[in-house]
Design a protein around this ligand. Structure first.
Ligand code: ADP
Length: 296
């Protein structure tokens, strides 16, 4: 099954054009949708999740028309929104069981088996009788995945799930997602390049409502490989370099600015060729036609 998005457009009532002619084909596995805040990721995720109308374009999931056959799509969709609220005074077992009833699983034994399996899968078994209000950020996110998996979805959408998680929780969460991605379409929307780098087989970079890149992370890297140059400079030189070079990123390393430039040939003495990183691809796309955010 594939999710095919064609020429999708959305302009909000305030005139913001959040999606501009977006076309993407998303296969089974983990798909990373990468872009800065305000890029249009949530607008796209909400539209795919049947929660928002598009102005024009089409989305199909297998044989289903996502924009018109909403009830059918919802039966095979798991959605974890950016702000995922839980009932604080209920434990995981009780809430999952209740949600399973709402999903139409009437037989008690079947529900118990399912809830237990989900709690094990999401590593929440030991915390199953604890009230959700006492869960950490990572546990809440994993609970979000457990509830999204109740319907055995064919498509799972997770919107910015790792924001606010500590590194160990983030790892655990991403590993869980990649396990699920083995037989489902999982769309991970994020502004964190690392999230996409390690796990996604396909990706897209979006900014200001437009798809700037689509392909595999490996192909993205190959595009800039050998063209990434870095140089540590003095803070006082930064302004001059901004004028003379097309800088794609500026970072402080041990208090000194390190600038990155994309170029076929060595920009000048002092620049060293660096191993391309997915972050370089990201910045090259995002800041390809604009100035980077200054570091100082
Ligand atoms: P992202 O998820 O990548 O941060 P969003 O899809 O939330 O991006 O937002 C894309 C753009 O659309 C932003 O400029 C945002 O301010 C605007 N936007 C999002 N939702 C609405 C809305 N309901 N009404 C008006 N503008 C919106």
């Amino acid at each position: 099954m594939q999710l095919v998005i064609q020429n999708l457009n959305k302009t909000y009532a305030n005139g913001v054009q959040a999606l501009k002619d977006v076309s993407l084909t998303i296969r089974q596995g983990m798909f990373g949708l990468l872009g800065p805040n305000g890029a249009g990721k949530s607008s796209l995720m909400r539209t795919i999740a049947t929660l928002q109308e598009a102005d024009s374009g089409s989305i199909t999931l297998g044989d289903l028309n996502v924009l018109t056959q909403k009830d059918e799509v919802r039966k095979i969709l798991g959605y974890l929104p950016q702000e995922f609220g839980v009932y604080p005074r209920v434990d995981a077992v009780t809430l999952l069981d209740h949600l399973a009833v709402l999903k139409g699983i009437r037989q008690k034994g079947e529900r118990t088996d399912l809830v237990n399996a989900l709690l094990h899968k999401t590593n929440l078994w030991n915390a199953r009788t604890k009230n959700l209000g006492g869960y950490s950020g990572g546990m809440k996110q994993r609970f979000g995945i457990a509830q999204a998996l109740i319907a055995n979805p064919k498509l799972i959408i997770v919107d910015e799930p790792t924001a606010g998680l500590d590194p160990a929780e983030r790892n655990r969460f991403l590993n869980l997602l990649s396990e699920i991605g083995e037989n489902t379409i999982v769309i991970l929307s994020t502004h964190i390049v690392e999230d996409v780098k390690e796990l996604c087989t396909d990706m897209a970079i979006i900014n200001k409502g437009q798809v700037l890149y689509k392909g595999s992370p490996a192909d993205a890297l190959a595009e800039v490989s050998g063209k990434v140059w870095k140089k540590a400079i003095a803070k006082a030189e930064l302004e001059a370099y901004r004028k003379s070079h097309h800088i794609i990123s500026e970072r402080l390393i041990a208090g000194r600015p390190v600038i990155t430039v994309l170029s076929e040939h060595s920009p000048e003495d002092g620049f060293e060729r660096a191993t391309a990183d997915l972050e370089d691809v990201y910045f090259a796309n995002i800041f390809g036609h604009a100035k980077p955010e200054p570091v100082a």
